[in-house]
Design a protein around this ligand. Structure first.
Ligand code: PMP
Length: 427
């Protein structure tokens, strides 16, 4: 049977409506979450509305809270000097670049930012993109294709996994920071593929640990692979002046082929970037869809990141304060018997509570006591790895840290005395 247009009329049947969004399983899961929240009185910890710049202190629903959910690691978001740079740039260029950088959207501030990022990482060149997530997705997809293989640490960011998936390359995950497993995977698979890419993070956003770069560099040489390091959480955090894992571990930046970073964390703006050799950056400038076919970064956003990068490098005491706070948090958490996993105590310290219900309830109760901490729950992490994720900044005071840790211990104790409540809720 043929329809009027002459095409086979099997699907869709005439008059059949497309699936309503309410029938999608994703929607069902959300409804279940809302129902659970109204039964337990535990509000969702996601999309909490902040009415402030949300550094170490924030305001949620009129309540002042000590905030452990900000990536503003070195306290530069809203710094008056950053704000001045933004104001001057918005007055000169307006908000939008109004075109792709390739085709009329390029401004001097973009070039200045690229050069500063290249210097920050000790590389020949760099290129800033509109979003960190899009940087990973689009760059990986530009450099690799179906005849290649990508070896990723199992805990790399979603953007790397998405990029790997969309590239069509074979995606091989190795258990978190298990470099022996990585070597086995390289030995077994490398020869069957044209190009190989190893991807790790300089500082892992879930666990707060770092890989052994010297070992990784050995492997990339032995197996003719490119090495890519996502420095989203390393800049401003690792190394004496916040230049990341190369500075922290004393490796030569040119031993890593692709440095990736974000402007949304220590650099107090938004966007992503790649730093590396001039050949790499030239290729990306003319081939990466997220760069070529997308508008240039808003000039004031580039100006914010540029000012923040300059300030971070000129004021290394910010990094020192952050590291002192991180080490203090880790020591105090351990002293209270809390499970901080493999965190090195630089800036990201999880408190693993081994149950999504515990993590949700804890987050809710901490908020009522004036602390904003976001949980990571199943399926984002394995159920027995459910946790609260603490992001420490250079601006936290010791009393913020001891205060929240005491509150965690007390609330955990209370929750654990309510087993029937939790088991009724979670089944
Ligand atoms: N890489 C890592 C490791 C991240 O944690 C994130 C975001 N948190 C990104 C990339 C994406 O960066 P952005 O939020 O700047 O898009």
């Amino acid at each position: 049977k043929r329809n009027k247009a002459g095409t086979a009329a099997s699907i869709p049947a005439k008059g059949r409506a497309a699936d309503p969004f309410e029938s999608l399983p994703e929607y069902e899961v959300l409804r279940l979450g809302q129902a659970l929240s109204s039964i337990t009185g535990v509000a969702s910890p996601f999309h909490r509305l902040h009415d402030a710049k949300a550094g170490e202190i924030s305001f949620i629903a009129g309540q002042r809270v000590v905030n452990f959910a900000s990536y503003d690691y070195v306290g530069l978001n809203g710094d008056p000097r950053v704000v001045e740079a933004v104001k001057a740039t918005v007055e000169k260029f307006g908000m939008s670049a109004s075109a792709s950088r390739l085709a009329g959207g390029e401004r001097q501030v973009h070039r200045d930012l690229d050069i500063t990022l290249a210097r920050l990482h000790g590389c020949e060149d760099a290129l800033a993109f509109l979003s960190g997530h899009a940087t990973n997705v689009s760059v990986i997809g530009t450099l690799l294709g179906p005849s290649d293989a990508i070896f990723c640490d199992a805990l790399v960011h979603n953007s790397v996994l998405e990029g790997a998936r969309l590239s069509g390359a074979k995606r091989i995950l190795f258990p978190h920071s298990d470099l022996e497993a990585l070597e086995r995977a390289l030995r077994l698979n490398r020869a069957r593929h044209r190009r190989a890419l190893i991807v790790v993070e300089g500082h892992y956003s879930m666990d707060g640990d770092s890989p052994d770069m010297r070992e990784l560099i050995k492997f990339k040489r032995r197996y003719d692979a490119w090495l890519m390091v996502d420095e989203a959480h390393s800049v401003g955090v690792l190394g004496r002046t916040g230049r990341g894992i190369a500075e922290e571990q004393g490796i030569n930046p040119s031993d890593v082929d692709i440095w990736m970073g974000t402007l949304s964390k220590s650099l107090s703006a938004a966007g992503g970037y790649i730093a590396g050799s001039s050949a790499l950056i030239q290729i990306l400038k003319y081939n990466t869809p997220a760069f070529v076919f997308s508008v240039g970064m808003p000039p004031p956003v580039a100006a914010a990141a540029l000012a923040a990068a300059d300030l971070m490098l000129r004021e290394p005491e910010r990094v020192a304060r952050l590291r002192k706070n991180g080490a203090f948090f880790l020591a105090e958490a351990k002293a209270r018997g809390l499970d901080t996993g493999v965190s090195s105590g630089a800036a990201i310290i999880p408190v693993i509570v081994k149950s999504s219900a515990y993590a949700l309830i804890l987050s809710d109760r901490l908020l009522k006591r004036g602390y904003n901490v976001v949980p990571a729950i199943f399926p984002g992490v394995a159920e027995n790895q459910a946790r609260l994720r603490f992001f420490v900044t250079s601006e936290h005071a010791p009393v913020h840290i001891t205060g929240v840790l005491d509150a965690v211990v007390q609330e955990l104790e209370t929750i654990r005395q309510e087993p029937s409540y939790v088991s009724q809720v979670v089944g």
